[in-house]
Design a binder for this molecule. Structure first.
Ligand code: C2E
Ligand code: MN
Ligand code: MN
Length: 421
């Protein structure tokens, strides 16, 4: 029954909207019981809101004092009756939208059909209809759109896709350089670690990325941070010969990604021929090579950069935008320039399976890239749940600890069947 005893007005009002998947098929009685239990609980907590159920998924709005709502939400996330809990909105509000419902229930489509008359009392029907009308009369556009997206949205396709086609290898062994090769490289000014980008659909390696390390294992930031200007660009370019030599000694036959400061390509007139010579010397076909640059660096000196890119493309190399979404040019960059590959930054990927706004952003990126013929890679994927979400959203090229950490002077082993560590 609607609860008309309003909790006293509170400061620091907050609302949280999430959707989740029912862990198992429920009968209408169970859904109705759940909303009654929730209503009792919420009454004591001063929480109001709405539960929308379509027979398979829930959309729930919780309004109340911030700490109370957050604590309650933490409990819901642990509740085995909810699977795939995804946060859509969590923010302060001025006033409650659903003040009269400790937990209004809206049953949609199949869920509504499932509620046979004899199991739903007149009171309950009334209650359902009132909650639904309340929803349509809302003057909150944000929630109306979220509600519409819940009932019609494409997120419904986010169900893990069927398993990948069968492939011969379920895993690949690690490959390390023999001691003799390491000895021959002792005087190198830099070394390279390799990390695979895994094609999760075909279950194979799509490419390896070469990541620079200092002679004492220094990180790229530390190593490159010691240099400036021309010396930095020269080092960035010339160190690639060591990367290519190491890759050749490891017997790498796949695609290879090399990171570049665009300055290394634009400030050095001989950059392109130098790189092509290094490739020829180490036996790599230019078509095997992907250059990775970040968007920030592209927009600072676009003209010479595009000139260098034309030359590289003519020679058959490909180009990837690295760290996309880390906050530089954004989608507008793609209006003027289309890379072959776009790597979505780890800051967007982390926790994607629980984060509605990040999911919406990744879907938009996937859609844009699909229409422009750009290959999408997700970087920094650590958790199996992130992997599952990305796959279902159509991102099948994955780089991250979930498959392998970079291995110094080696190609890491990969198990294509991911399991939790
Ligand atoms: P990047 O190109 O975005 O490379 C990916 C970085 O993320 C690598 O860090 C890698 O170790 C790390 N990473 C990969 N998977 C995961 C994961 O699942 N979780 C976490 N937390 N991290 C992950 P690394 O090797 O320290 O490189 C940092 C950056 O340094 C690179 O970022 C790249 O921008 C730059 N860099 C590396 N090698 C070179 C190079 O030869 N030249 C230039 N100019 N920059 C380089
Ligand atoms: Mn990179
Ligand atoms: Mn990156």
């Amino acid at each position: 029954m609607p609860d008309l005893t309003l909790p006293p007005a509170m400061t620091r009002l907050f609302h949280l909207i999430y959707r989740s998947r029912q862990s198992a098929p429920w009968n209408p009685q169970q859904v109705s019981d759940l909303s009654c239990q929730a209503a009792d609980r919420n009454r004591t907590l001063g929480v109001t809101g709405l539960l929308v159920c379509d027979g398979q998924y829930f959309l729930q709005i919780l309004e109340g004092e911030r700490e109370v709502v957050e604590t309650l939400y933490a409990r819901i996330r642990q509740d085995p009756r909810h699977h795939q809990v995804v946060t859509l909105v969590a923010e302060p509000i001025r006033a409650r939208y659903f003040a009269q419902w400790s937990m209004g229930l809206v049953a949609l489509g199949p869920a509504m059909d499932m509620m046979p008359d004899r199991e739903v009392s007149d009171d309950q029907r009334h209650y359902l209809n009132l909650a639904a009308r309340q929803l349509y009369e809302l003057d909150d556009h944000r929630f109306k759109i979220i509600f519409h997206a819940f009932t019609h949205g494409r997120w419904r396709a986010d169900i893990p896709s069927p398993l990948a086609p069968p492939v011969a290898a379920r895993s690949l062994p690690e490959v390390r350089l023999p001691a003799a090769d390491l000895g021959a490289m002792a005087d190198n000014g830099a070394f390279f670690a390799f990390q695979p980008i895994v094609d999760t659909y075909r279950r194979c390696i799509s490419s390896y990325e070469a990541l620079v390390r200092g002679p004492r294992g220094e990180s790229p930031a530390e190593l490159l941070g010691r240099l400036q200007g021309e010396a930095l660009y020269a080092f960035d370019l010339h160190s690639k010969l060591w990367a290519l030599q190491t890759a050749a000694r490891l017997g790498l036959k796949d695609m290879l990604s090399l990171n570049f400061l665009p300055g290394a390509l634009t400030y050095q007139p001989q950059a392109v021929p130098t790189l092509l010579r290094c490739l020829a010397q180490t036996g790599f076909d230019p078509a095997q090579i992907v250059l990775e640059v970040t968007e920030e660096e592209i927009i600072t000196r676009p003209k010479p950069f595009f000139a260098a890119i034309s030359q590289l493309r003519e020679a058959g190399l490909r180009l990837a935008i690295d760290d996309f979404g880390a906050g530089h040019a954004g989608l507008s960059l793609l209006a003027d320039f289309q890379p072959d590959k776009l790597k979505i930054d780890r800051s967007i990927v982390t926790g994607i399976h629980t984060h509605g706004p990040r999911q919406a952003i990744v879907r938009a990126i996937v859609d844009v890239c699909y229409h422009l013929g750009i290959v999408v890679v997700a970087e920094g994927v650590e958790e199996p749940e992130e992997l599952a979400w990305l796959q279902s959203a159509g991102v099948t090229l994955i780089q991250g600890y979930v498959f392998a950490r970079p291995l110094l002077n080696g190609l890491p082993g990969v198990d294509f069947a991911v399991s939790r560590a």
